[in-house]
Design a protein around this ligand. Sequence first.
Ligand code: PLP
Length: 346
Amino acid sequence: MTEVALERVDELRVRLGALPRVKLAHLPTPLTACPRLYEATGARVSIKRDDCTGLAFGGNKVRQLEFVLGDAIASGADCLIQGSASQSNHSRQLAAAGARLGLDVFLLPKQDERSTPVQGNQLVSHLLGATILPIGASESSTERKRQLADSLRAHGRTPYVVGMGEDRALALAALAYVEALLEIVEASNDTPPDVIVTTSQGSTQAGLQLGCHLLNLPTKVIGINPMPPDHEAYISPAGIADLTRSAGALLGLPCTLTETDIVNSTEYVGQGYGIPTTAGLAAIKLLASTEGILLDPVYSGKGFAGLLDHHRTHATSPDARLVFVHTGGLPAIFSYASDLINDEQG
Ligand SMILES: Cc1ncc(COP(=O)(O)O)c(C=O)c1O
């Protein structure tokens, strides 16, 4: 890296440091080399271990919630609302953050095929003391979150809503991944990777992409989306580009990325959000058996399958230095035991 770029790293750190923030995560997370995976596949992969952010099983949201909840507290919030799939990692991490910060957390999980038995993320959210108010599988989470916020306001509370449909929270979440990008660059001895792959439906990719843009890096960012375009929480490449610009504005820095700069693939979704794929399950087993690192079937397993496919098709050079940003999701494996074991038997 040039000296100018290193100055830019410092400048970004100062700008990030000026924003309201709470301390929740173990940072920086490690960037781990994968020598046995290299022997098995020829792919030079390092893994950014954001599955190890530390709070109640960790994951990307713990890092993001440092900025999101810094904003919530600065705006006077006294309770938090999130609604999503029953196995939502975001909900679990929000429940943990609320417990840590002394803020009531209301969760609106969908009554979907993973609701019972209470397992994985949902079990952990129960233990963390969140108020859990299930909604129908076909109801709109965005709508129900807003209705609950209105009713809490009518009772004198000050709710802060996160997740899908909440543009400010999504842009603040992206800022956390500008910082993750700085950590990756620093841990790579100032030689940025050729390609960064991660599972993302929005904020994580937007932040990594904005960081590369602001540092003027040649690094290519590839998002593997766990959701098909007709899912309520799907964000299109144009929407991800919007997030990069809103997050840039929060830092006081213009960002000129547009839809055509964003590579976000729905190719690895398979039959749908939350439904395991053969390639995802194979990726989980490969990384577990070569490096002792776990992935989950909903997010990171599909993302890693995308990375391996990218390597196989040599979309860049076969020697490309790849970084996989591991966004976590691990408690979900317990509610997918039968898929994981059937796959092993088959
Ligand atoms: C494990 C995991 N990976 C990735 C994501 C997507 O994160 P983002 O919306 O910031 O792209 C989520 C969202 O809940 C997640 O739980």
